[in-house]
Write a protein that binds this ligand. Structure first.
Ligand code: AQP
Length: 333
């Protein structure tokens, strides 16, 4: 008898064009692993609504198409991986509400993403606080075995597990408790202009030297990497590496597969300019074919819609089975 395949669920917010952090932290590891398991990849537009300033209706729809095109261009194969838009499967919002009612408030205001994203805002939407509960609903709807996300999302996945355990404790064994999966190279990619902050789409909107965008002009890519913040010195000394240097070596390692220790040994005593030039060459070589495919696909809406249609039906089928169990367990519907 064949063993059932491990099911992986993961999502990306359509809050803007994708960057190198999304690619190296999430999409590249997904592509590498996709043939080993069943994959469900979701463009989480309901999550994107938690960032009101980057969202307008036309732009949100465009961003969704752009994420789907970026998935395909990066090598996500729709023959083995489902790709759909979160709001097209209504059960996400329904399960989120039920889970809200079992999630203690204290679990949410401890989340570091909530703290960093609410910082400095005059008003903070409830959706931002509730973001990890919707994320838990996304994961639990599909009985996911693993959730391959970047290292930055680990705390949210742990919360989703806690919510599932609590729900099962209250209502009987209903939800599958997912495992945690942080891919080995899915390290956090930091901002090139500020290596203490994670590379992020919303910061990239305001600061042109913060991130490398997947569809960025390749000449600009080189310029941004050559300007990356390192430290006051000009050459690498092992044991004294600043956050910026560690970040550049991490990027090089994630792109080429060479271990960070080996990269560090190669650059011992060499100027940062050499490191930056090598990072720029590697990133440009990686992005060149992805960009070509992305530009070919992004405006072909009928093709993208066709890809989404088949996956959405499949996702709805799985999600409805889980929601039926949940409704029966809590007594609604
Ligand atoms: N800097 C990063 N390094 C490594 N992985 C990252 N991811 C995001 N940023 C980095 C991973 O990419 C996947 C999709 O992320 P997302 O867009 O859904 O959410 P996010 O983490 O909120 O991404 P951004 O870029 O920071 O967007 P904004 O600024 O709009 O909130 C996830 O697997 C994530 O781990």
């Amino acid at each position: 008898m064949s063993t059932p395949r491990v099911r992986a669920f993961s999502g990306v917010q359509p809050t803007g064009r994708l960057h190198l952090g999304n690619y190296l932290g999430a999409i590249k590891p997904w592509v590498r692993e996709q043939n080993k398991r069943e994959n469900i990849f979701c463009v989480v537009d309901l999550h994107a609504l938690t960032i009101p300033e980057v969202i307008q209706a036309d732009r949100l729809r465009e961003n969704c198409a752009s994420v789907v095109a970026a998935f395909l261009a990066s090598g996500i194969d729709p023959a083995v991986s489902s790709i759909f838009i979160q709001s097209h499967v209504r059960q996400h919002a329904e399960l989120c509400w039920v889970l809200n009612c079992v999630t203690p408030l204290g679990w949410l205001d401890r989340m570091t993403q909530f703290k960093s994203k609410s910082e400095g805002r005059e008003t903070v939407g409830t959706g931002l606080l509730d973001y990890p509960v919707l994320q838990a609903a996304d994961i639990l709807l599909y009985d996911a075995d693993i959730v391959p996300v970047g290292e930055d999302q680990k705390q949210h996945i742990e919360l989703a597990r806690d919510i599932a355990v609590r729900f099962n404790h209250l209502f009987g064994d209903t939800l599958k408790v997912p495992g945690l999966s942080v891919p080995p190279t899915g390290a956090r990619v930091m901002g090139l202009d500020d290596p203490t902050a994670k590379m992020s789409k919303s910061i990239a909107e305001q600061r042109p030297n913060h991130a490398i965008m997947l569809d960025q002009d390749l000449g600009k890519v080189r310029k941004v990497i050559m300007k990356a913040v390192t430290d006051g010195g000009c050459e690498y000394r092992p044991g004294e590496a600043s956050a910026g240097v560690v970040n550049l070596m991490g990027i090089l390692s994630a792109v080429t597969g060479e271990a960070v220790g080996e990269i560090a040994a190669r650059f011992d005593g060499r100027g940062y300019g050499y490191l930056k030039a090598e990072v720029a060459d590697a990133v440009i070589a990686e992005l060149t074919p992805v960009q070509g495919e992305y530009l070919r696909l992004v405006d072909d809406r009928p093709f993208l819609d066709g890809i989404l249609r088949g996956s959405t039906d499949k996702a709805r089928g799985i999600a409805e089975q889980t929601m039926s169990r949940v409704r029966a367990a809590v007594g609604i519907g």
